[in-house]
Design a protein around this ligand. Sequence first.
Ligand SMILES: Cc1cc2nc3c(=O)[nH]c(=O)nc-3n(C[C@H](O)[C@H](O)[C@H](O)COP(=O)(O)OP(=O)(O)OC[C@H]3O[C@@H](n4cnc5c(N)ncnc54)[C@H](O)[C@@H]3O)c2cc1C
Length: 465
Amino acid sequence: MSIAPEIIARLKSAAGVNGFSEDPGEIAPHLEEWRSKYRGFSPLLLKPASVEQVSAILAICNETRTPIVPQGGNTGLVGGQIPFHGEVLLSLSHMNRIRHVDADGMSLIAEAGVILADVQRAADDTGRLFPLSLAAEGSCTIGGNLSTNAGGVNVLRYGNARDLMLGLEVVLADGRVLDLLRVLRKDNTGYDLKQLFIGAEGTLGVITAAALELFPKPAERVTAFAAVDDPKAALGLLSRLQDATGGLISAFEIMPRIGLEFVLLHIPQTSDPLRAPSSWYALVEATSAAHFDLQSIVERALEGNVNDAVIASSETQRENLWRLRESLSEAQKKEGGSIKHDISVPVARVPEFLETATRAVLARIPDARPVPFGHIGDGNIHFNISVPEGGDTPLFLARWDEISHIVHDIVHEFGGSISAEHGIGVMKRNEIARYKSAAEIETMRALKRTLDPNNILNPGKVLPD
Ligand SMILES: Cc1cc2nc3c(=O)[nH]c(=O)nc-3n(C[C@H](O)[C@H](O)[C@H](O)COP(=O)(O)OP(=O)(O)OC[C@H]3O[C@@H](n4cnc5c(N)ncnc54)[C@H](O)[C@@H]3O)c2cc1C
C-alpha cells in the first residue's frame, strides 16, 4: 500500500517538528524484530511527545483510513509491532516521562514510552518496588508491557502486567482520549474499560500513560540455584519452599542441563555454579520486606529436597546466577536457532506435558534438541526446540508450523494456552482460531468493530483471517 503525500504532510504536522522521520536509516531499526524473524516497511515514523499529538495523529488516520502500527521498545516476540504492509509507524519513545510517584500511596504514573528498567528505578528511588521484570527490561516499554500483558519472572508473587496496572490513559482510534488514569484500588462503576486494552497489542487503542501499583522494597533477598532430578521434583521443591516461607517465593524458574550447557558455551563470563552436572536446575528467589533471616529458612527448605544447591552471597553472585537463566534465549540463538513455544498448562500438569510434548516432537524429528525452560511456578514453559547438532537451520525452521501444531494440540488437550505471555501478533493469529470457540472469536471481532470500525489500528494482528 502507499500513503498519499498530503496525508503524510498532515501527519508530520500533527507530530510536530521533532516528531517524525522519513529517513530510511532512522526507520530501519524499527522494522525488524529481535530475532530477525519478521521484517516490515514503512514510509513514515511518527514520534509524538504528548497525548494531544497522539490524538491528532489518530484522528487523521481514522478520517483518511490510514493504517498505523504502535510500537514501544520493539522487543515483542510475535511480530505485533512490525508494519508489514507499509503502515505508518507510531513510536511512543518520546512519551517517556514519569509523571508522578506516590511512595505512601504505593503508585506511580508513567508515560507509555518509559523503559521498564526506568520505571523500576523510579520506584526504587523512592524506596518502593515495581516488580515487573523480564530479560528485555532494558529496552521494552511500559506501554508495550501492558499491551502484551507481559509476564516475566515475578508473576508467581505479583501477577502479570495486568495485575500491576491501576489506571490507563488511552487514545481511541478516532482520536478521543479515554482518561482512565485513576489510582484507585476499588472502583466498581460498571465495565472495567481499562482492562480491554491490556493484551490488545495495539489493536483497540493506543496507551499513552499508565498508573502502576508499587510494593514494599525487599529488605532481604535470597537467590539459590539448585540441582533437581526432574520437573516433578522442582514442583515439589516449590511447594515446600512456599510452605516454609509463607508464600515469599517471588521467582521459580527451571532449565534442563542442555540449556545450561548452551549458556556456558556461548555466553562469556558464565560458569557452572555446582560441582556435578544435574539433569535439571531450579533458580529460586525469595524476598521479604522485613528482616527475619529468610536465608536460614530457604536453606532448611532446600536441605533434603535438592541434590545440590548454591545460595548467592553477594549481588554479583546473584547477577551471575540470573545471567544463566536470562541469557538462555541468546545462547539458543547462537546454537543455531530454535522453534519456540510460549505455552502454559495447569501447574501440576507441567511434568506430564513436558514428557508428552517431548516424545511427540522427537517422533517427528528424532535428533531435534528440546530445551524447555521458564516459569514453572506459573505453569508457563518456553518449550523451545533447538536445531539438531550440525543441522541445517533454515530447513529446520521451515518446519515451525508443523511442529507448533503438534505441540499446541497437546497444550490444548492439557487445558492450556498457546500463548502464555508473549501475545498473538501475527505469529499465532490464525492458530488461535484452532483452539478458541466461535463465540470467543466473534466477541473479539465485535469489540474490534466497536472500538476501531475503520480497522486502522494495527490491522492484521491478533484476530484470525
Ligand atoms: C530477550 C527477551 C526476553 C523476553 N522475556 C519476556 C518475558 O519473560 N515475559 C514476557 O512477557 N515477554 C518477554 N519478552 C517479550 C517482550 O519483551 C514483551 O512482549 C514486551 O512486553 C514488549 O514490550 P515493547 O515495549 O518492546 O513492545 P513492542 O515490541 O514495541 O510492541 C509489542 C506489542 O504492543 C503494541 N504496543 C506497543 N506499545 C503500545 C502502546 N503504547 N499502545 C498500544 N499498543 C502498543 C505493539 O503494536 C505490539 O503489538 C522478551 C523479549 C526478549 C527480546
